[in-house]
Design a protein around this ligand. Structure first.
Ligand SMILES: [Zn+2]
Ligand SMILES: [Zn+2]
Length: 351
């Protein structure tokens, strides 16, 4: 049995050797073609697997170009034509001092940001301390702007008196040459953790504290304009450094513009938006008053796409409402820009 089996094997081997000798050249050629094909297929799939991500890009400019190329929804895609790329970074700018990778729309969606749902429906405002008549007017107008901008109802809670803030959560600063007086500051950590967080209503998309008193986030810091916690859905900001709205109409508009700017920027953070690095945009970080004053009160197409996805309010609907409001509030630059944006969308739709 074993012998017969061996013979069979021997016979097969002989045939194979003879076959190889006769057709060697053809076999070599076929192998070469197969090898090339395998390498090509493998190479393609390997390079496809090496996906370009924001983190993999080295420079800020490469990251910005990558973000601007991202395909957005049709309305935001059309709006790209009206927006200015982010200007080159100068010493002292936010991006000069802070490393930022930016955030694409796709990443934003993947991160499952905070936003309205079946339970969370409102933005709440917690006033802290008192306000002058003009400051109160500015707060009411800011609330109106927020309402239309986010497509959410905004509710005011009863004011929290300054007398309830303990001495270890406030301090007095010596006269600031610009402000020409001694002034009080409140410790943000206390207000965030002891006033806002325990009082955040269940149906709150966000709870925001507004105060007319200056703020400090750390005993070593001089001051802060505002602060927000994405995870806890709370934010706090002060209008103390936004100028004196009672000085005249120009100062009133300046204070209003600054207050709305902070409100829309910080609420954007609470809705999961990171700083923008692609365009000149309200979601860009600011290192100084001069830098924040250089921003207009609107989002770039990429940030607007995030807001549209999150709040389900289309850009056109948002523009229509904001045009009327900006006209009422005498925010001329914004009224003009939203009108231009809406006209562009109408023209694209009619084509
Ligand atoms: Zn910010
Ligand atoms: Zn942006």
């Amino acid at each position: 049995m074993l012998e017969r089996f061996s013979v069979v094997i021997y016979d097969k081997k002989s045939i194979t050797v003879a076959f190889l000798k006769k057709y060697w050249d053809y076999i070599s050629l076929i192998c070469l073609v197969c090898l090339t094909t395998v390498l090509f297929v493998f190479g393609t799939s390997a390079s496809a697997g090496k996906k370009v991500t924001l983190k993999s890009l080295k420079t800020l400019e490469e990251k910005a170009i990558f973000l601007r190329k991202e395909k957005l929804g049709s309305q935001c895609e059309h709006l790209k034509a009206l927006h200015q790329n982010r200007k080159a970074v100068k010493p002292g700018d936010w991006l000069h001092e802070h490393h930022e990778d930016g955030q694409s729309f796709a990443t934003y969606v993947k991160e499952r940001p905070n936003g309205p749902d079946k339970v969370k429906k409102f933005i709440y405002i917690q006033l802290i301390g008192g306000f002058t008549k003009d400051q109160s007017k500015i707060l009411d107008q800011t609330i109106e702007y927020m309402q239309l901008s986010f497509g959410l109802s905004v509710k005011k809670l009863a004011a929290f008196p300054l007398s309830k803030i303990p001495a270890n959560a406030r301090r007095t600063r010596r006269g600031d040459p610009r402000l020409n007086n001694d002034y009080e500051q409140l410790y943000t950590k206390f207000i965030m953790n002891k006033v806002l967080l325990p009082n955040r209503p269940k149906d709150a998309v966000a709870l925001i504290g507004f105060t007319g008193t200056d703020l400090y986030p750390d005993p070593n810091w001089n001051f802060v304009f505002g602060i927000a916690s994405l995870r806890q859905r709370i934010g706090l900001w002060s209008i103390y450094r936004n100028g004196n709205p009672s000085k005249g109409p120009k100062e009133f508009i300046q204070c209003l513009r600054r207050t709305i700017g902070t409100a829309i920027h910080e609420t954007g953070h609470i809705l999961g938006m990171q700083h923008c690095i692609a365009y000149e945009c309200l979601m860009c970080g600011s290192n100084s008053r001069q830098e924040s004053d250089s921003r207009e009160l609107y989002y770039c197409p990429s940030c607007l796409q995030k807001l549209t996805w999150n709040t389900k309010v289309s850009p056109a609907t948002r523009f229509k409402k904001l045009i009327k409001l900006c006209n009422k509030l005498k925010l001329d630059r914004e009224e003009k820009f939203f009108t231009k944006s809406l006209e562009l969308l109408k023209n694209k739709n009619s084509k």
